[in-house]
Design a protein around this ligand. Structure first.
Ligand code: TK8
Length: 335
C-alpha cells in the first residue's frame, strides 16, 4: 500500500512536470530584424526575450529572426499592421513614409551627439511621434540605436563633397536621404537592406552608408574598400509591436513587454556605443579608413544644408523647430 502510494506520487510528479515543461506559452511573439545575429541589435533582442519570458513566467514566448528572414523593414511593418507578425525594430528612415513626422530625424547633421539624440527621443517630441504610430496599427515601445552613418564605396577615397560626385549610393527608402545624396551630386538608389550586399558585390551600386558595426559585422568590407567617417545622420531604431496583438494582451503582460523594451533600450545604447570604436578599429585593417578633419566635415554639412529648406514644410516647421530647440537646450545645459 505504502509502496503503491509512493509510485503514484512519483508518477503524478512526472506527469505534472512533463506538462509544465511542454506547456506552450499563452502568447508567441515573432520578432524580426534586417541585421544579422552578430549585431548589437540582435543581442539586445536576446536580452529583451529573456526579460519577457522570465517576467511573464513563461506566458509569453519570444522567437527571434535576423537577416531579413521575415522580410525587409517595410514588409515587416506591414505585417505588424495586419497582425501577421508581432514585433520588429526598423530604422526611423523607412518609418517616415508611414508616419510623416519621423522625417525630422532624417535631416543630415541634426544631432550633434548620441546624448542629444537620447534627450530628444526620450522626451515629449520622441514620445509624440511614437504615439502617432498607433494610427497605423503599431505601438512604438522605445527608441533603440542604429547610430551614426558612415559612407563606404568601392570607387575612390572620399574626403570632400566633390569626391562623392557620380557615386551610385544605396540609401534607405526615404525621400530626405535621397535628396541629401542628390544634393551632394551622387547618384542615389533606394533599396531594401537585404538586397544591399549582392547589389554592392555585383556593382549595381558603388557604395552605401551605415554605422561601423553594420559595415564590419555584415562583411561590407569584402565588397567595399573605402570608408569615410561622414557621420552625416544619426539613425534611431524604433522597437515596435503590432497593435492587433497588443490589444489582445492582458494589462500585466503589456507592462512586462513595455518594461523589457525600456531595459533593453539601455542595454542596446550602452553596447552599441561601447562597440562602435572597436568596430572602427577593426575596419582599419580591412579598408582605407578616412577620418575627416572638423573643417572637412563642415564642408559636407554645408553642402547638404539646402535639404533643410527643401523639406521644412513637409516635415512641419513646428516639429522641426521644437526638435532644434530641444537640441539647443541640451547643448546649453548638458554639454
Ligand atoms: C536593417 C536596417 C539597417 C538600416 C539600413 O533592417 O537599411 O541601412 O541601417 O539597419 O534597418
Amino acid at each position: 500500500m505504502k509502496r503503491k502510494m509512493v509510485v503514484s506520487v512519483l508518477v503524478l510528479i512526472m506527469v505534472v512536470s512533463f506538462s509544465l515543461t511542454t506547456r506552450a506559452a499563452d502568447y508567441t511573439i515573432s520578432a524580426g530584424i534586417g541585421l544579422n545575429d552578430k549585431s548589437v541589435q540582435y543581442q539586445s533582442l536576446q536580452f529583451f526575450k529573456e526579460l519577457v519570458e522570465t517576467n511573464s513566467k513563461g506566458r509569453i514566448e519570444v522567437e527571434l529572426y535576423h537577416s531579413s528572414q521575415l522580410g525587409d523593414d517595410r514588409e515587416m511593418m506591414e505585417a505588424l499592421q495586419m497582425g501577421l507578425q508581432e514585433m520588429t525594430c526598423p530604422s526611423t528612415a523607412p518609418i517616415a513614409p508611414f508616419v510623416n513626422g519621423f522625417k525630422v530625424f532624417d535631416l543630415p547633421f541634426l544631432f550633434p551627439s548620441n546624448q542629444s539624440a537620447d534627450y530628444v527621443l526620450d522626451g515629449p517630441v520622441g514620445q509624440q511621434l511614437l504615439n502617432q504610430l498607433e494610427d497605423i496599427g503599431i505601438i512604438g515601445l522605445a527608441y533603440w540605436e542604429n547610430g551614426y552613418r558612415q559612407l563606404t564605396n568601392s570607387v575612390r577615397v572620399v574626403r570632400s563633397p566633390q569626391d562623392v560626385k557620380g557615386l551610385k549610393v544605396r540609401t534607405m527608402e526615404n525621400p530626405i536621404h535621397l535628396a541629401a545624396w542628390r544634393t551632394l551630386g551622387a547618384n542615389p538608389t533606394p533599396m531594401a537592406f537585404g538586397e544591399l550586399f549582392s547589389a554592392m558585390q555585383q556593382g549595381v551600386v558603388d557604395g552605401q552608408e551605415n554605422p561601423w558595426g553594420t559595415i564590419y559585422l555584415q562583411n561590407f568590407f569584402e565588397v567595399q574598400n573605402n570608408t569615410t567617417d561622414t557621420g552625416h545622420v544619426y539613425s534611431p531604431f524604433v522597437l515596435m509591436i503590432s497593435k492587433k496583438f497588443w490589444d489582445k494582451l492582458p494589462a500585466d503582460l503589456q507592462t512586462v513587454i513595455y518594461d523589457a523594451a525600456q531595459k533593453a533600450k539601455l542595454h542596446n545604447r550602452k553596447f552599441n556605443r561601447a562597440m562602435n570604436a572597436e568596430y572602427l578599429e577593426k575596419l582599419k585593417g580591412k579598408m582605407n579608413v578616412t577620418i575627416l578633419t572638423p573643417e572637412q566635415r563642415v564642408a559636407f554639412q554645408q553642402a547638404v544644408q539646402p535639404v533643410y529648406q527643401q523639406f521644412a514644410d513637409e516635415i512641419g516647421p513646428d516639429l522641426l523647430k521644437k526638435v532644434q530647440q530641444e537640441i539647443a537646450v541640451y547643448r546649453q545645459w548638458f554639454e
